[in-house]
Design a protein around this ligand. Sequence first.
Ligand SMILES: [Fe+2]
Ligand SMILES: [Fe+2]
Length: 279
Amino acid sequence: MAKTLTQMATEVLTTADGRSKTALSKRYAAEWFAARNGDTPAIEVGTATPPLHPSRPDKPELLSPRDVPRRRPGSEAGRIALLHAVAHIELNAVDLHWDIIARFGHVPMPIGFYDDWVKCAEEESRHFEMVCDCLEAMGSHYGALPAHAGMWRAAEDTAEDLMGRLAVVPMVLEARGLDVTPGMIDIFRKAKADQAVAALEVIYAEEVGHVAYGSKWFHFLCGRENADPKYVFHQLVRRYFHGALKPPFNEEKRAEAGLPPDFYWPLTEDLPLPGDGKR
Ligand SMILES: [Fe+2]
Ligand SMILES: [Fe+2]
């Protein structure tokens, strides 16, 4: 029997080694798009039971965010630590995009939904590899430093809520990436670290699409339920995201990704919603 897309997604999730995970991710993305182009037989989406936590390598050691040592980005060691943190985010992102496919296979969605997340997973795989290449060129590697534990929390919290997943992962967490990446590019440009600048510029350009897909499918689901997207977004982010959103925002790139200011600005203060019993 040919593999279904959700089976492929689960296989990526259960591959522990970083570069093995991204190699498999790219292979399955290529197989999906070959089938979608009609070059090979169609692949069913199917349903699967993905693990609650994806498999990860033994290293890096995962620490609570406050225990991860902070280093100044003005030093080479600081820049390595920054890239190491980016590599960790990208590897999580590979799993997050395959997880949304595997986890919600039972929710009927248009085929374009799967195309979008497979494309994102393929891009995150390249992001991870590019950042690993930079680390290795600087004499380090992914796993050489500790990394943040808890990056999977948003996925766990929204494991049963597709709209919650879209609100928190692409529309809050990945949108945050758009806010902070220009500052990171500046750090590496000042250090004349051309390889890192090139990698971060690719990441910055491609991440706009990930946020846009989140917004697109979030609006699609709201439309299907005849719900007000802005209201639902505020409810879901307050339910699943721990803490307020932090300005400054990259309003231009957020707009390009289909995130209007009235979606995120009201979430910058941890105010209770009318009729919301929380807090
Ligand atoms: Fe990425
Ligand atoms: Fe992304």
